[in-house]
Design a protein around this ligand. Structure first.
Ligand code: 5GP
Length: 217
């Protein structure tokens, strides 16, 4: 299977990061695209694992150098997918999983042929608010801003290729896994299809000939 780019978007607190991480667990053919960001590191986050944490000046310099496949501003901070990260995953033959917001998803759809876009919806507003509160990583004012932005982003979900409702982690992960498996079976992503079919055809014809030789006339 030829690797591709999978974009996972959802409002903040919608669960896409957890889904992306569970999805990648034990699936060697997938790789997480580690974004660069100017936002502050949260407790339990690791530089180079969750994000490449960079200064504003460094981010600006990398934008100017054309190092980003896409970038956007979110909550007053910059976030972007490095081309080098996508190249690394492609050279490893892995499908890249991008956990990015909608402006970035639009840029990837325009620039990366065959990219697959999945939007993860929360089951309800109350569940989304509760997940954000429980995460406890943002002050109250920022929570309100994220909820308002969530309302705007969800209105754009129709631009994506697939929708997954995150009722519970296990079924959301298996829904995204099913999308990846189906997309991987697309004819255009099977580079050896012509050779495989030619081989199969020769085998089938050999079997047919053998049958003809043994069947009574
Ligand atoms: P958080 O600060 O909660 O980690 O992320 C805030 C938002 O930025 C989330 O919607 C997340 O998906 C998005 N984000 C993370 N990395 C990137 C990126 O590289 N590009 C874009 N456009 N958005 C990103």
């Amino acid at each position: 299977m030829r690797p591709f780019v999978l974009v996972l978007s959802s409002p903040s607190g919608g669960g896409k990061t957890t889904i992306a991480r569970s999805l990648l667990d034990g699936r060697e053919e997938l790789g997480y695209s580690v974004s660069a960001t100017t936002r502050a590191m949260r407790p339990r986050e690791k530089d180079g694992v969750d994000y490449h944490f960079v200064t504003r000046a460094e981010f600006d310099a990398r934008v100017a150098a054309g190092e980003f496949a896409e970038w956007a501003m979110y909550g007053g901070e910059y976030y972007g997918t490095l081309k080098a990260e996508l190249d690394r995953l492609a050279s490893e033959g892995r499908t890249a999983v991008l956990d990015i917001e909608i402006q970035g998803a639009r840029q990837i759809r325009e620039s990366v042929a065959g990219a697959v876009l999945v939007f993860v919806l929360p089951p309800s507003g109350a569940v989304l608010a509760e997940r954000l509160r429980r995460r406890g990583t943002e002050p109250a004012k920022e929570l309100e801003a994220r909820m308002r932005r969530a309302a705007e982003e969800m209105a754009e979900a129709g631009e994506y290729d697939y929708i997954v409702v995150n009722n519970d982690l296990v079924s959301a992960v298996s829904a995204v896994a099913a999308i990846i498996d189906s997309e991987g079976r697309r004819v255009r992503r099977l580079p050896s299809l012509a050779d495989d079919v030619a081989r199969l055809k020769a085998e089938v014809l050999r079997e047919a000939a053998a049958l003809a030789a043994t069947s009574p006339t």
